[in-house]
Design a protein around this ligand. Sequence first.
Ligand code: GUN
Ligand code: FE
Length: 455
Amino acid sequence: MKKYTKVFQGTAFSSKSPKEVQILKESLFCINDNGMIEKVVAPEDADYQILLDAYQGLENFHCLAEGQYFLPGFVDLHVHAPQWAQAGTALDIPLYDWLNTYTFPLESKFSDLDFAKDVYQDVVRTLLANGTTTALYFATVHKEASLLLAEICAEKGQRGLVGKVVMDNPEQNPEYYRDVDTQTALADTEEFILAVKELANSTKQGVYPVVTPRFIPSCTDDALKGLGELAAKYDTYVQSHCSESDWEHGYVQDRFDKNDAFALHDFGLLRDKSIMAHCNFLNHDDADLFAETGTAVCHCPISNAYFANSVIPIAHLHSKGVDIGLGSDISGGFSPSLFDNARQAVMSSRMLEDGVNTVLPAKERGVPNSRITINEAFYFATSGGGESLNLPIGRLTENYAWDVQIIDTTIDAAKLPIFYANEDLHDVFQKIMYLVRPENIREVWVQGEKVHSRV
Ligand code: GUN
Ligand code: FE
């Protein structure tokens, strides 16, 4: 019989398609040395009992207790790690003022590596405790502190994709917080890419460098061009903010006479490995360009409610072939939990739907077919994130990474309302998605290694 490094037994939920959740009842998940799922064995399969007899009682056999379930780890496609220090505050003003009043002053403090270490250790720990096994991070302009964030991800076992933020435009960025000049911004980015690639060799789960122009206003044309070239040279991920707010969208129109999507594309920044946050003002042509280039949209439903008063029609975008994932956008979004963001994604989508409203005329009531289900929100938080990054993550199926959260529905402090002995598992899944709190996340595993435990 084939030897596996670890074998897990229990009931799991995983996306089969955007609308359909697959229930893997009491299955065996056989994990290899690389932390990948090599085989999933169902109770009705011929080798189920043989495997169970061979592994039960061994140290590398992990069996869930009653009321516990496996869920894929979440993929958060947009987190500003330094902004964790102000999460839950400062959401009283529009984006432009928010950046200048609160955010740039905070981020400028990350030249201090001791402060950076405190915040970065805490944000990575917190995201893991909330079930996020992969995170796409903006750090700050500081090369050393950005590298420190990648090192902390590597050390704590999170699959971190990290960007040193580029802000070289003296007309838009304050003197106290920007790259020294364009050449330095590009040279620092290149050194950062090489250092993270080197660091990745020492990790099992992988850490990745990300080319990160903060957004178009932050960068000169030369920087945007140079960053596009670096992304191509090193075949890296790219992240930025795209068409987020009225002000930002208008600024790009004034500067380039086109929308963000086409402007970014002109600089080589829309690639198969590009993830663009927000995208509130995407039009049909922009969406087609995203689909053609393989660029993904990161939907940030909590943040969009504050900075854009906006609900993007993710169901429509997805049906046009655009990859979609979910992002917390800490701290434009206040919550580090993708459970919270999945819930908001569903609720926001229902507000976009054409509904009953006796005050507004019919045509102003909303957009038909906008609503998404909790199954779709779960898909975007897991499988959709994996597809956006082109990584085999976000599903509990063969040849995917063993990135899981073990949900305990029974604990005293946060017991879920499950009262029937044989409650329908689709209902259990929905209760988990709507009601789980961090207390219910008992363990988190990344690439076959335990990275968080409440016990
Ligand atoms: N646009 C440019 N910078 C930021 C940021 O830090 N957060 C958000 N939400 N939008 C931005
Ligand atoms: Fe953001």
